[in-house]
Write a protein that binds this ligand. Sequence first.
Ligand code: NAP
Length: 314
Amino acid sequence: MEAKTEKLVIIGSGPAGLTAAIYGCRADLEPLVYMGTKYGGQLMLTSEVENFPGFPDPVLGPDLISKMKSQAERLGARLVQEDVVRVDFKKYPFEVYTGSGVTRALAVILATGANPRRLNMQSEMRLMGKGVSNCAVCDGFFFRGKKVAVVGGGDTAMEEATFLTKFASAVQVIHRRGELRASAALKKEAMANPKISFIWDSAVTEVLGDGRVQGARVKNLKTGAEKDVSLDGLFVAIGYDPNTEIFRGQVELDPKGYIAVRNGTESSVPGVFVAGDVHDFRYRQAITAAADGCKALLDAEKFVKQKLEVELVS
Ligand code: NAP
């Protein structure tokens, strides 16, 4: 017997996917959420979150996800801890494949997020949330009067460095080349800021510190010389990789691999909607991802309603 067609499948379980699930239950779409085996997204690697409204005291990133999950489950969402391995959006109903089989759906929301690129050092991961961060807007506040460094030379690195000068006493940008990749405006703003200095042609080879960041070992890539820089925080801003590999060839991606959206949350395929960091490289906040999840759901709801009305008439 063929399995029933779901009204809505959501792929992803960060704030975008879980908010879509919460709204989806209230819209009677009985959402099925493929959370991924490593569910929760970037918040699972975040320590204290102080800027999510409704939490007057800081909430730990994993606790925030756990609360969103519980809320979605209480409302009736089916949360499945499986990875989607393939999709076929050329067929309708759409097909979503996991290790345990295929699910058909009238509408799909893609909310698989993006992963910040890492320096790929053990010390970076050990001190993640203990002075190493990927988000100045989230964590900058904790570095009032402290010395920090930003790794990277793109727009994100310049924005983060400039933002951090609101709190930190000094911000050093460590960039692997002698020239910034960032756009002219962001570059100019950072270079004119008296709190920001640059360490050119250099890479971080080790994050230093036991329980918390105390510095970084920095290697000049031209001379090979290494020096230890004393720091309280290290912001890694070397770009993001959107989780879109399984959607390649199915929906339109932009040149950087993010899903291209139109009219708010629509992908290039009618009935496939998009929410959160998988398309949004600009804001990348838990709250903006959550808002996006809500918008994608409201658009998906209209789409599904129309499909069901057509089915009733025919
Ligand atoms: P990006 O443009 O890819 O820049 C990444 C930077 O990190 C580059 O300077 C790169 O060095 C460096 N890098 C990459 N891998 C590294 C490694 N393993 N070790 C050390 N350094 C490394 O990423 P992004 O700055 O996050 O920007 C992503 C996109 O979002 C861009 O299109 C950007 O324009 C956009 N964005 C726009 C705004 C805005 O308009 N306000 C703000 C943020 C982002 P190289 O230069 O040597 O390659």
